[in-house]
Write a protein that binds this ligand. Structure first.
Ligand SMILES: [Cu+2]
Length: 163
């Protein structure tokens, strides 16, 4: 079963080039400005366009507060993500399938570095920020993908409703 699952995850990642920048050689160092790439769960937003600020708290009990959000399609949200814990946490938005695949990769390669406009890595006591435009309707998730955190239930849900 474990073998089968690994195979499925590897297949999923291989089938979505560009979904994650997780090759062996494209880590470390940002290449220019953040890419604005349309994702199933939206696209990078511009801070001045943000209609709303949502504060998210992350803690060592492996929970987000709040862990449920509702937004309107087309809404640009500024997320201010505070790490109230004593270890690193991160806030990553995605589909459940992508987050699960990503969490599996993080387990395999715990030192993997990555940065995308839909994720904020936040050191203990610090605050991170991302701006995201939810231009697609649907049910999406957010999660902390650090090894062990996702499995411990560090996830939340975002519902993007039509106008
Ligand atoms: Cu975490």
């Amino acid at each position: 079963m474990t073998l089968l699952r690994n195979f499925v995850v590897a297949g999923f990642v291989a089938a979505t080039p560009g979904a994650f920048a997780h090759g062996t050689d494209d880590h470390g160092g940002k290449q220019g400005p953040l890419r604005k790439e349309q994702k199933a769960w939206g696209i990078a937003g511009d801070a001045p366009a943000a209609q709303r600020t949502v504060e998210i708290r992350m803690s060592d009990n492996m929970r987000f507060g709040p862990d449920r959000l509702e937004v309107r399609r087309g809404e640009t949200v500024r997320f201010v993500v505070h790490n109230a814990g004593t270890v690193m946490h991160e806030f990553v938005i995605g589909t459940k399938a992508e987050l699960e695949a990503h969490a599996a990769l993080m387990k395999k390669y715990p030192n993997m570095e990555h940065d995308e406009p839909y994720m904020a890595h936040v050191a203990p006591g610090k605050t991170g920020e991302i701006v995201w435009t939810f231009n697609r309707e649907g049910e999406f998730d957010f999660a902390c993908l650090l090894p062990g955190h996702y499995d411990a239930g560090m996830t939340g849900r975002i519902r993007v409703a039509g106008r």
